[in-house]
Structures are given as C-alpha cells and as structure tokens.
Design a protein around this ligand. Structure first.
Ligand code: TXA
Ligand code: MG
Length: 522
C-alpha cells in the first residue's frame, strides 16, 4: 500500500480528512503522541486499525472529538462529574470513559459497554476531525508493544506501507499518552496517568482512586479494568532495569556496569554509554523524552539498560507508569543498606558463595567477624555481657567465649538475652560499613530481623548429611556436637519460605546458580 505523507496546510488536512471519511487510515499528531485514526463509526475502518497495529481486538480505542458537545451522541449520559471534567479541561490530554450509546460499535469499544472519549488540544488533530466530519478512533500510531511515537519518524518506521496517510505535525508536546479516567464505575478510577494529573482531577471532582495496575504489575488472576493494562507495553528490545537510588548512588552503580547503557537524567555524571530523558526535577521534560530515548537505545543496540527512577507524583506518575512497563517491573532497590543478604545454616557453604560475590565487585560484610571485633579485649559491650551472664565470663578484659556460650545457649530465654545485647551493636556496625553494592553475610539474618534492610535475601542450603561432614571437618568436632549445633538453627524449609532465592550447595555448580540470580536481580 502506498502511504501518502501530508504537511499541515489547510489543503493537506482537507485531503487527509476526506480519506478518513472514506474509511481509510491516517496517522496524525496530537499533543500526547501520534494517533492512528479512522472513522470511529465505520466498523470496517476501525477493524483495519487493529490489523495495522497488530493490536489484540479486546483492547478498545479512544474516540477523538473536535468540540465538547460532540461527546453527547457517543455516550448514554454525560454525568455531572464528566461535565465538570470536560468544562475544566477539554481540549486536553485527558480521556474520559462513560457508558456508550448504541451509536458506538462493538469493535471500537473492544466489546465493552463503555467508550473512551477525548478532545485533543492539538489544533491539527482537531482540524482533521472537523475535516473528516466524524469522530476519529485512534490508538497510538505504533506497532503494538513498541513505545508510542512522539515524532513523525517513528510513525514512518512503524506504519509506512501499512496505512493510507501520515500527517507530519512535528514533535508531540507531552510525549506520554493521555490520562485515562473511568467515570463508569462507582468511584472514578484513574486507569492510566498522564499530563492531566491525579491532583488536577481531584481539585475538580474530589477524591479518585488509582487502579493498582498503574504503579504495580497485574497479578495473574486479576481482571483488567482497562484492557490496555494487561499487555506488556512500551517494550524496547533491551532489558531495562530501574535503579531505585539517589543521584550519587545511581552514578556509582551504573558506572561500574561495563557493557550496559544508562537511561539517566541530563545532569547525571555517567561514564558508560547513555541516553538521557529530561531533568531530575522536571517531570514534564521526562515525559516528553522518555519514549524517544527508549527507541534511541534500541537504535544504539543496547542489550541491558539501567534507568534512573522518576518521582511518582504529578506527571512523574505517568513517567514511572510507562518506564516500569518498559522494564517489565524489574527494579533494583539500592536505597536499602545491603544489596544482598546472604544467610543459611552452618555448614552449607556461605563463605564460598561470598567469594563469588567478592569477585564480582561486591563489598562483603561478615557478621561473624564484626561480632568478634565487638567482643574483643576490653570492648565496651563486655561489661554488659558480664553483668547479664556473670562477672566471671570476662577475665582480665578478655571474654571467655566457651563459658559465655554455656550460659547463653542453655535456654531460649538466655539466647534471646544475648541477642538483645549483641544484635543492635552488630546491626549498627554493619550499616556503617555498607557502601555501594554490598553483601551482608549473616547466618543469623532472620534472628536479627535484618531481612528488610536487604534488597534481596539469598539462602545457601545443603543437605543435612553434607553439612554434618563439612562441620566435622572444619571445626574438628564430633558428629553429635555438629548435630546439636544444627538443631539450634532454622531448618531448610524455613529458609525456602523466607528467602527470595536459594542456592543449593551439595557440590553443584554454585557459580552458575549465583550468576543466574544476579542476572535476574541486577
Ligand atoms: O494520548 C492518547 O490517548 C493517544 C492519542 C493518539 O490520543 N491514544 C492512545 O490510545 O494512547 P491507545 O489505544 O494506545 O490507548 C488507549 C487506552 C488503552 O489502554 C485502552 O485499553 C484504554 O485506553 N481504553 C480505551 N477504551 C476503554 C474503555 N472503554 N474502558 C477501559 N479502558 C479503555
Ligand atoms: Mg498505545
């Protein structure tokens, strides 16, 4: 099919409008992203939109109108809240969902009883709708699954040869699609955040809810309020990972990731290849550039991309919502003191796994070593231990570890007491030492309740007989003593239930297991 390229002269718009009236497909600029338009009241034309985009047919389209009153024939009723929003915002990057009238067909509404309506602010878009003499159904003019087109060149990339015309109206003002709100439910619900923010809407109609899928992934069994929510949208070819960290921490992390790309803000000091998406405290600039930068990363051949995290309020909610989908919901949280908490019962081989992390550039914090240092000769904590467990556990400033063990591990009560003295001091010191990518090596991670200070917790486990052999060889003790020690710790099931990942160390290739986990979390 030959695709005609139009400018924005009156003559061009009149011709493009005629094409739409005839049932043809024309892509056109809006203030958000480019749309792929067809006569909304012509079911065959609308069906062709789905074909050109490769879009699932249960995902309904937005119907675009040129004047506020053009919504009336499309819906059952313009409710008071709808009227308030229309008066306050239209024309705007805002889409309102209401119960549909019989005029709106099943194809455009994706089989639903509702219809999404929007009056774009972009003048070329409104002139086109007027010229066509009909409401225009238009999704974003990208191939389904790719980032929405914010520049005409991306429309040409995706749609050339598949549709009848493309109007070149320059770059889009906002760069993210319109805000979508449904008023067809009891409580107005934000289905897709955009440049008209939650705060702006609430100032007009009072409190609204935000559909959970806006900021989180959808659960497998959840029914989508908006069918568009369930598809993995805006997917670039690269694997994108969002890094939750402040500017300094992000820079330090990303600059150590050789072979990867950074998707960062203008002022970030990044030494690996990068593409920027706006300024840190300017969500409008981020919205405008996000999709463009995702496409650019693909053009550069990026395989792995670490993205700076946007703020979630104002227009930032829209930026975050698009980025988190591009990242398939993968976020590294570096705001926690420890990147990885490594735990597991004695004899499972934690230290071996630690060594692998050390070689990969992680800093290792060894809790046992810290516990030892904190109880070294004349350490202040010894006074506390002596007053709790008897003055004779400290002799000449030196801790009698055997004697303390015999008194502290005889009952659960005493063990608890010991932990209440040691754990706070250990936790404090560990946090002081944490710095950048850090592994916390802590057999008592759960006892000390440090799991929430770790981005991910990995348990290292081994079969009981394997562990017994290792402990006997390592500590030169009897089988009975080894078993006694093991019985004081959580069993394997506890670790399986409470860790994010498990490494089995019965002699398998644990380097490969560690690599697999790192591939998923970083
Ligand atoms: O800014 C925009 O809205 C752009 C420009 C071209 O106007 N259009 C756009 O359309 O983004 P599209 O089709 O890519 O996204 C429309 C979204 C989809 O997530 C769809 O599921 C949802 O709106 N939607 C449409 N009608 C709906 C309805 N009746 N109920 C629930 N969700 C609906
Ligand atoms: Mg779209």
């Amino acid at each position: 099919m030959e695709t005609k390229l139009f400018g924005t002269s009156e003559y061009d718009i009149a011709e493009a409008g005629k094409m739409i009236a005839e049932g043809k497909l024309v892509a056109f600029p809006t203030e958000t992203v480019y749309g792929l338009g067809a006569n909304a009241l012509n079911e065959t034309a609308v069906r062709n939109i789905y074909l050109a985009k490769g879009r699932p047919s249960d995902n309904p389209l937005i119907v675009h109108i040129a004047e506020k009153e053009d919504i009336v024939p499309l819906v059952k009723e313009v409710t008071p809240k709808a009227k308030a929003l229309i008066d306050a915002f239209f024309p705007a990057p805002l889409t309102i969902i209401l119960n549909k009238s019989d005029k709106v067909g099943k194809v455009v509404s994706g089989g639903l009883d509702t219809v999404a309506v929007r009056m774009p602010k972009n003048e070329i878009a409104r002139k086109l709708i007027k010229a066509s003499g009909c409401p225009i159904a238009a999704p974003s003019a990208n191939t389904s699954g790719l980032p929405s087109p914010t520049r005409v060149k991306y429309v040409i990339d995706d749609m050339m040869g598949k549709i009848d015309g493309i109007i070149d109206g320059g770059d889009c003002e906002y760069g993210v699609e319109s805000t979508v709100i449904t008023l067809a439910t009891d409580v107005p619900t934000l289905l897709r955040p955009g440049a008209i923010t939650k705060e702006m809407i609430e100032a007009v109609i009072g409190e609204i809810t935000v559909a959970p899928a806006v900021l989180e992934g959808m659960k497998n069994d959840e029914v989508a309020a908006s069918p568009g929510m369930k598809y993995k949208h805006y997917a670039p070819k690269a694997k994108v990972v969002i890094v939750n960290a402040d500017k300094k921490e992000y820079e330090r992390f990303v600059n150590a990731q050789k072979g990867a790309f950074a998707l960062c803000f203008d002022d970030d000091e990044v030494t690996i290849p990068k593409v920027t998406f706006g300024r840190e405290n300017d969500d409008l600039s981020q919205a405008k550039e996000l999709f463009d930068s995702l496409r650019e990363l693909d053009e550069m051949g990026a395989k792995k991309v670490y993205a700076r995290i946007p703020h979630k309020d104002g227009v930032g909610m829209a930026v975050y919502n698009r980025l988190i989908r591009a990242a398939a919901f993968c976020i590294i949280d570096l705001t926690k003191p420890f990147t990885v908490g490594l735990t597991g019962p004695t004899g499972a081989g934690k230290s071996y796994v630690c060594e692998i992390f050390r070689q990969k550039g992680f800093k290792i914090i060894d809790c046992d070593k810290i516990a030892h240092e904190l109880t070294a000769k004349n350490a202040p904590i010894l006074t506390e231990l002596a007053s709790e467990f008897g003055e004779d556990v400290v002799k000449n400033g030196e801790l009698d570890r055997k004697l303390l063990a015999s008194r502290a591990f005889d009952t659960k009560e005493h063990t608890k007491k010991l932990n209440s003295i040691l754990h706070p001091a250990i936790i404090k010191r560990c946090k002081e030492e944490a710095n950048g990518l850090t592994v916390l090596d802590a057999s008592q991670l759960f006892e000390a309740n440090m799991q929430n200070d770790c981005y991910k917790v990995i348990g290292v486990l081994a079969d009981e007989n394997v562990r017994i052999k290792r402990i006997i060889a390592r500590d030169n003790i009897t089988e009975q003593q080894a078993k006694l020690r093991m019985s004081a710790q959580f069993d394997n099931d506890y670790f399986i239930d409470n860790c994010d990942y498990i490494i089995y160390n019965n002699g398998e290739d644990i380097a490969a297991q560690t690599d697999n986990i790192l591939e998923v979390i970083l």
